[in-house]
Structure formats: C-alpha cells, structure tokens
Design a binder for this molecule. Structure first.
Ligand code: 9PG
Length: 523
C-alpha cells in the first residue's frame, strides 16, 4: 500500500505507480464524485452517506458493476473525486483498466485488480483537473479524430423492436428532406439475441436494407449486441462452451432483457474471436458502415475465462479485435460499455442511460433508487456528469425529441435534452415524420443545422448562444426511502426479481407498442 500526503499534490498533479494507493485528506469533504462503470450506470456528485443498493437485483449485471454494488462507502470505477467546503476538488484516477476508487473515512483509496498501475492525482479547480486527467488518459489509451460528427436518425425510440421492412422504407423515404448523415436500424431485425441473421420481417434481407439507405445518400447504421446471447438462440445451443462461467462452472448472468436471462460470451475462448471477426465482416459486407455495438459490458463481467486475464483487459482486447475486423473506415459507436476500456478504440460512446418519452418514473427513481433505467432525467443526470470525456471520444447523450404526439415530456424538458446534445455535439433523433406537426418538423430541421457558441459557466450551467441554461434541477437525487415506503420498495423489487413478473411487464409493453405502431399508420 502506497500512502501519499495531500501536501504532495496540493500544488501540482502527480502520477504514481502502485497496486493500492491512499491519499490522506486534509479535512472531511462535502461531496463525492461517483463514476459508474458503464454507459448506463450513474455518474453523479453525491453526499458522503451510503446510497441504497439500486433495485431490482436481477438487473445488476446490466446496469452497474455487480462486483462493487454492495460497497456502502462512496466509490466508483477507475476514478473518484471529492469536493471540499471551499469548492476545490481532489481527483484520483487510474490510467489503467481494472481499477476502482473509494472513500474510506478521510482517505481516498485506489485499488487495482491487475497489479501495479499508474494513478493520476490532482487538486484544484474541477474543470482544470478533470481536463488534465483526460489528457493523461489520452496518452495511455489514445483518442479518435473527431473533425465531424454525423447527424443520426435511429429507429429505437419511436418504433422500438416493432420495425419491419415496409415501415423502415416508408420512414427512410420521408426523411430525405432532413440533413441526416446516418440512418441507423436498431434492435428488431435479428433472428435472436446471439443469432445475427435477418428475421422474417425483412424479406429482402439486410444487404437490401443497407442499399435502400445508401440510395437516399446516407450511411447505413446497424445495431447489434455481439457479446451476449439468450438460451433460445442457436448460438447458445451450438456453443454452450463459449459462454462465461464462474469458478463453480455455473453460467455467469449478464442480466435480463427481452423477457429472458442473458449470458455473456467468453471473448478469450479461441473460437469466439474468429466468430466475432466473421460477424463484423458480415455486417460490413451487407453494406453497413456505422455500427452501434450494444450490451458490451458482458465482455467485462467477472468469470473464469479461458485465458486468465483481468476482466476489463479481456474486454478491451475483444473491442480491438472487432474494431480491426470492421475496418478503420467504419464508424464505431459503443453502448452499454465500460467507459475506460473502450477509450481509443471507438469513434463514439454512449455516456448515459437511455432517454425515454417520459421524464422519470416514481417507482424506478424513488422506490428502486435506480437511475440507470431508461428515462430522460436519468440520461441527462449522468451525461452532464461525464462531459469531461469529450476530448477523448465523441460523446453520445442518446436521442432528442421534437414530436409531442407520443411523448409526455414538457417543452422545457425536451429543450433541456436538446441543449445537452448541442453541448455534446452529437445530434440524433428517432422522431417519425408523420408524428410531427409542421412546426416540430421545421424545428428539427433548424436544430440539425444549428451550431451555436457554447460556454460552460459552472458545473451544470452553460451559455448556449445568448441563452443561459441550467441543468441543476435534473441532477438532484430523490430522498432515500425509509419506513413503510422502504418496505413497499423491497416487496416490489422482490417481485421484480421473478422472471414471470418481468415477462408480464414485457407483455404489457409489447401490447402498448402495438398500439403505438398502429398510431404511426404502419398497419
Ligand atoms: C435496444 C436498446 C437500444 C438502446 C440501448 C439499449 O437498463 N436496462 O434494462 C436497459 C435495457 C435496454 C437498454 C438500456 C438499458 O437499451 O441503450 O439505445 O439500442 O438497447 O434493445
């Protein structure tokens, strides 16, 4: 254990090599910066008191780092920071994967699962020291050329998985008038999770779909989740030995979605790498050159790998392999990704949870203390706390909305989300032309062409053009539930851990989606 005196970093930043490192703080801080593990995990400045463990537990593998979710001391992945009463901040951040930072009494501690690693330490103004950390990360992990950021239409947040060939063709034709560079097909085209072949809803096949997009003068984008599979997939049937297991030989859970438990590929298995390479080449051959690879955290879950290496290092290696296979000319967006291990290997990274056509849900935020679940407030909260990543990679805050037909966000909430995407310089939407009024459509067009001057004036305040924008209200966390409310929350989340309950919710969602699709005049 290496101990560092605060006085050593008070005047200038330091880099020190250690497996475990401790900085003695000069006084008790007032706030802690928690940096969640992957795209969807919470990043926020919080009080020092323990936060409730977010619920339901069945989602832990896909929402947080399941290895540290029960740690009650303030903690986060790779980095942590404390704010003192005078506003100064002390940052401790690893320049390596497989590391965590936590606050133990008045000591900020860094730990590595991968032997000695370099640690960056700095004290002073928050914006200055985070920029220095980003700079140090760039030297270790690399960064990407970011002279352009495509404007994207993505199918997820309007039709969800209820996409098919006629519907997408109709939308692509109607969008020709708007300045998008990419039309991206999301979840809903594949045979199964694990079987990345076309399903019956796309009778002309994937190459035809890519061709249709390219014929409108845009780049063709495609979603896939190459590192997970469900038991129903052919991949699972044929290659059970490719999946990650624990030390008892049990399959490691990668969470639950699509009404089914998810499992993770062991990317160090010698047969998995060629399979991933072939998959990337296949989608490129179809004609897609904007790839949104999702649920990537599965490659970094704890387990007994074929090649015994630290879990995040294994994940980074699998990204390197996929990046190389798709080619440097493909645009690679990572989603549901552990943040640090993906730096330097992808063109863009989702840095927050999914948005939604609603602000937040009482059950999820107040009862379950879950800020990972799709919802616009959750997305804004984490993204605004991860803007320091911008010099390293294009940061994707998820889509923005303009239409009000199928959306319960207030105009102010929509505008906050739009402003956040301007700050990120990443513009995407899923809005359907036929759901927008003439005004909303023109608003979207003007927005896509907008390039305002932006100045950050405080942690959560900005000057955008000549407007002052304050994100503070979106960042606050609700009171911790206690008494009867806490009891009710525990009961509900206990229910939420049963597969059949989650399947009932999925059935209800699917029914609602059918009606939504019908209102989109696709039937
Ligand atoms: C497709 C979607 C979209 C979306 C992705 C990802 O916490 N969760 O349970 C959770 C589930 C799904 C999810 C995010 C979080 O969405 O972020 O853009 O591509 O998959 O299924």
């Amino acid at each position: 254990m290496t101990k560092i005196h605060f006085s050593k970093i008070q005047t200038e930043s330091k880099i020190i090599k250690a497996r475990e490192l401790q900085i003695e703080l000069p006084s008790t801080p007032v706030k802690y910066y928690r940096h969640g593990w992957q795209s969807w995990s919470l990043a926020a400045w919080t009080s020092l008191s323990p936060l409730p463990v977010q619920k339901p537990a069945i989602f832990h593998p896909l929402q947080v780092d399941a290895e540290s979710v029960h740690e009650s001391r303030p903690n986060g992945s790779w980095l942590g920071a404390v704010e003192f009463a005078d506003g100064n901040v002390l940052l401790l951040g690893a320049l390596a994967t497989d590391t965590i930072v936590l606050l133990e009494q008045d000591q900020l501690t860094g730990r590595s699962e991968a032997g000695d690693v370099e640690w960056f330490m700095a004290f002073g103004r928050e914006d200055v020291i985070f920029a220095e950390y980003a700079n140090a990360l760039e030297h270790r992990f690399g960064s990407i050329q970011r002279n352009d950021t495509p404007r994207v239409w993505c199918s997820w947040y309007s039709l969800y998985h209820a996409i098919d060939e006629p519907a997408l063709h109709k939308i692509f034709d109607e969008l020709t008038d708007l300045p998008f560079e990419v039309l991206q097909v999301d979840d809903g085209w594949q045979m199964d999770i694990g079987d990345w072949t076309v399903n019956e809803k796309f009778p002309s096949g994937m190459a035809d779909l890519a061709q249709k997009i390219k014929s409108t003068g845009r780049r063709a984008g495609l979603w896939l989740a190459p590192l997970i599979a469900t038991k129903t997939s052919q991949l699972f049937h044929e290659h059970k030995d490719w999946f990650l297991r624990d030390e008892h030989g049990q399959l490691v859970s990668a969470g639950f979605n699509w009404g089914q438990p998810l499992y993770a590929l062991d990317t160090t298995h010698p047969d998995v790498t060629p399979w991933l390479v072939a998959l990337m080449k296949q989608v490129r051959t179809w004609g897609f050159d904007y790839l949104k690879l999702d649920f990537l955290y599965a490659g970094a879950l704890k387990g007994k790998r074929h090649n015994n290496m630290p879990r995040e290092a294994a994940y980074r290696e699998s990204l390197r392999v996929m990046r190389e296979a798709m080619g440097a000319d493909a645009f690679f967006l990572t989603c549901g990704t552990p943040i640090l291990p993906a730096l330097g290997l992808c063109d863009a990274m989702r840095i927050g949870p999914d948005v939604g056509a609603h602000w937040e849900k009482h059950r999820d935020s107040v009862l379950f203390y879950n800020f990972t679940i799709p919802g616009t407030r959750n997305a804004i909260r984490t993204v605004i706390n991860r803007l320091w990543l911008k010099p390293l990679v294009r940061i994707d805050p998820d889509v923005v909305y303009f239409e009000s037909n199928e959306n319960s966000l207030t105009p102010e909430q929509k505008s906050l989300l739009q402003d956040l995407a301007l700050i990120c310089e990443f513009k995407a939407t899923s809005d359907l032309p036929q759901w927008m009024t003439r005004d909303e459509y023109e608003h979207l067009r003007a927005y896509l062409n907008l390039n305002p001057e932006i100045k950050q004036t405080g942690r959560y305040t900005f000057e955008i053009g000549n407007r002052q924008v304050d994100f503070t209200p979106a960042t606050e966390l609700p009171e911790i539930p206690n008494g009867l409310v806490a009891l009710w929350a525990s009961f509900l989340s206990w229910l939420g851990d049963f597969h059949f309950v989650l399947r009932i919710f999925k059935w209800l969602d699917d029914e609602a989606l059918k009606k939504r699709r019908a209102r989109g005049a696709f039937c």
